[in-house]
Write a protein that binds this ligand. Structure first.
Ligand code: VGL
Ligand code: ZN
Length: 198
């Protein structure tokens, strides 16, 4: 089996001091760097929003971060402004190895968020990652990065649905954990056949 490591959103805004800091977010850097050499391919995802993105609470009058709103594609959590294209918050953590094969950007369409590296939150608009993996003959993916309960989980669930063998390296992930979202994500991933490694 040809195996890819997918490194999810290890960016400054998700690390301590960032706009949407995930507790312990920077602790994933060293284990992820160490994992990279064990894979046939290394792909990094990068959350990459235009200013004024529709997933930002600041784009919705009367809304605060971590409240939700209804979008045409379903319920959307509203976030603090984060990972704005070209800003230091959108850059990868400075300690992260970026000598991977592909960087896939997501969340760049103003009206739609994209947690998964495969499909945007309407679950139909593709990023192109599936085609890349298939044309390289990759059949198994291992995921690590930020955040366990959002972008890692959505990417894992899409990968499983697409027929890839999926492992999540939990020790190289950290969660946001909004109102039980971590536990819910773990249950969903297990139900989808994702191997959760601690
Ligand atoms: C993420 C919320 C908003 C993530 C990205 O990387 O998990 N979470 N944008
Ligand atoms: Zn985002």
């Amino acid at each position: 089996m040809t195996q890819a490591l997918i490194v999810v959103d290890v960016q400054n805004d998700f690390c301590p001091g960032g706009a949407l800091a995930v507790p312990g977010g920077d602790e994933v850097v060293a284990p992820i760097n160490a994992l990279m050499d064990r894979f046939d391919a290394v792909i990094l995802t990068q959350d990459w929003h235009p200013a004024g993105h529709s997933s930002f609470a600041s784009s919705h009058t009367g809304k605060a971060p971590f409240e939700t709103t209804e979008m045409p594609y379903g319920t959307q959590v509203l976030w603090p402004d984060h990972c704005v294209q070209g800003t230091s918050g959108a850059a990868f953590h400075k300690g992260l190895r970026t000598d991977g094969d592909l960087i896939i950007r997501k969340g760049f369409r103003p009206g739609i968020d994209s947690y998964s590296g495969f499909f945007e939150n309407d679950q139909t608009t593709p990023t192109g990652l599936e085609g890349y993996l298939r044309s390289r003959g990759i059949t198994g993916v291992t995921l690590a990065g930020l955040a366990t309960d959002f972008c890692v989980a959505f990417t894992a669930l899409d990968a499983a649905r697409l027929g890839f063998a999926v492992t999540v390296e939990l020790s190289a992930c950290r969660a946001i954990d909004l109102e039980g979202s971590l536990q819910a994500a773990l249950v969903q991933m297990e139900g989808a056949g994702v191997v959760l490694r601690s």
